[in-house]
Design a protein around this ligand. Sequence first.
Ligand code: KIV
Ligand code: ZN
Length: 513
Amino acid sequence: MNRLIIFDTTLRDGEQSPGASMTREEKIRVARQLEKMRVDVIEAGFAAASPGDFEAISAVAKAIRESTVCSLARANEQDIERAGEAILPAEKKRIHTFIATSPIHMEKKLCMTPDQVLAQAVKAIGWARRHTDDVEFSAEDAGRSDLDFLCRIFEAVIKAGATTLNVPDTVGYTLPQPFAETLRRLIERVPNADKVIWSVHCHNDLGLAVANSLAAVLAGARQVECTINGLGERAGNASLEEVVMAVKTRADIFPVKTHVDATQIVPASKLVSQITGYPVQPNKAIVGANAFAHEAGIHQDGVLKHRETYEIMRAEDVGWSHNKLVLGKHSGRNAFKSRLAELGIELPSEEALNAAFSRFKALADKKHEIFDEDLQALISDEALTPAAEHYRLDYSRVFSETGETPRAQVILSVGGEEQKAEAEGSGPVDAAFKAIEHIARSAAQLLLYSVNAITTGTDAQGEVTVRLSRDGRIVNGQGADTDIVIASVKAYLNALNKLHSSEDKLDPQKGSV
Ligand code: KIV
Ligand code: ZN
């Protein structure tokens, strides 16, 4: 029992961050990285949310062999059937079903009495057990639920066959000491508590998700639900990297060990940030750019004399490495392919590999040194699924001169048909976006535009994120290029393509049972 199970929900709760929705290929890439990191359980999505979610979970279930693949399901038969079908191809499968247990959620959201909620939870476990023996039950909003009722419902679901009991602080309301007390009392009072794994799932509304999760571990929880970079609904979930490294670094306090290969943490963080367009703040613990940078002279001096004067972890142990030159203009297709494989990137076909290799050659002509980060940016969604490209850039030209209004011309292929436009703007990017809009007439609202240099040097690729919203749907587009206007145009078109192909999704926390 000294094993701490790491349950990653980046692909489900993480994806509930506005604009962080991922395509199937992106989910597979993240899942592969999580598997490489030796995460125990990957919650790949909420199968009933949409056909796209179902397909993505099913694809992850096919691709992953080592980690358990899990789908979320509300406590109703249809959701659970969808979840069961979606995880069918997995080697190790779990269904995670939930129902709200707090007075406010039961009365105002579910319009059910506590007895009805309990009966529904018991039925849900029975439906889930038809698909797998590995069934997790969550008492949604447990952080604000009555302890006696939690004891009753947990006792009932254990009898019905649940194997993991999750205690979510859905609204990020609890504090470490009372939350630890809740866990301790549940484990003491619920009959057969020792036959199941107790789990926690904390949200970060008060900035306490990691602290609450760790307090619960000290009180007996043996599974923590978390996400890469702390992504997730509202202020996010407990961050995987912080939980894993706290337990590892303070092995003197925590009586548990995880199976996580911590050297895969930084690559996972970069991948998730690149795919979702959620940047990592520089001072973020473990994965922020400054997490291991010593600025003060006294600190630098101390670290040079003896590293442990100011460092409690080693940067290389969590996967930080200096930008390594990996490939160049003369690298061949095989070197390219094997480096992608080392990065956990598997292209779906020879055609996709050839397309990516030509893009690599084009990049290597402009930029002499190609780093891992460049390769990751190169393997964008469009390279993996060319068919999904409704809008494609064929040509662009910008005019930007001191004292003159910037102008841009673009030629796009729209559903295979060539269309041209020209526009003026306050800068070259603005002009290019306006020219695209003359063609696309998307009526989308631009919520975010950000540029980030992928590596150092003025020949670095600029990585651009564009977040668009239309009819309540939010998508992120990414583009990378050594020319930041082109990178911006690619990101804008990538977002338009996602809007073009995205579908309505159910939000698990908004629906009824
Ligand atoms: O925050 C929450 O309560 C959840 C549950 C579905 C576990 O995400
Ligand atoms: Zn949650």
